[in-house]
Design a protein around this ligand. Structure first.
Ligand code: IMP
Ligand code: MG
Length: 177
């Protein structure tokens, strides 16, 4: 364990396990989009997805355009109406194939809000890719197109994912005590 902290209980996914699984997902995405006419638009949700999106996209051998959105999180509030978009995607999305990249899908409220919003921008397709999925926590039915790992109801950090803004630079995914 590093990051000089003993709040980390254990490693859930090592660097090499993450890499292996992202390679699998990247190939699926490459295969699914290889015949699309328009350049794929990939939209990462900041900040949690920044490491994942960087590694994922470098394994996809297709032309892509990249953009980011910022969504506010209000602690433990669970209403989708309370999920606020602080930064929208700048790319032109109408008629485009759009792929959202998220770090963790938990209750599903964030993705519900993002998808409803992006649909108003008239993409020709909208899919979701997540690094982690917590199915036991779901409150909103979300169709996930690409998922690297299902996990139990655990609080995880690392590989871009934070606890109070810390631990994002851990190269593995760990469980907080
Ligand atoms: P949802 O709207 O409940 O699906 O929330 C998803 C967001 O909650 C993720 O994008 C994360 O920012 C945050 N989140 C959920 N679980 C964890 C966790 O275990 N560690 C850190 N952030 C988490
Ligand atoms: Mg997030």
């Amino acid at each position: 364990m590093n990051n000089r902290d003993d709040n980390l209980a254990q490693v859930l996914f090592s660097e090499s396990e993450i890499k292996k699984q992202i390679e699998v997902i990247a190939k699926q995405i490459e295969n699914d989009y290889k015949n699309t006419k328009n350049t794929l638009c990939v939209i990462g949700l900041l900040k949690g997805s920044y490491v994942f999106i960087a590694d994922l996209l470098r394994l996809i051998d297709l032309p892509v355009e990249v953009d980011f959105m910022i969504v506010s999180s209000y602690g433990n509030e669970k209403q989708s109406s309370e999920v606020k978009i602080l930064k929208d995607a700048d790319l032109q999305l109408s008629g485009r194939d759009v792929l959202i990249v998220e770090d963790i899908i938990d209750t599903g409220y964030t993705l519900e809000k993002i998808c409803a919003h992006l649909k108003t921008r008239d993409p020709s397709s909208l899919k979701i890719c997540t690094l982690l999925n917590k199915p036991s926590r779901r409150e909103i039915d979300i169709k996930i197109d690409y998922n690297c790992f299902d996990i139990d109801d655990l609080f995880v950090v690392g590989y871009g994912i934070d606890y109070a803004q810390k631990y994002r630079n851990l190269p593995y995914i760990g469980i907080v005590k």
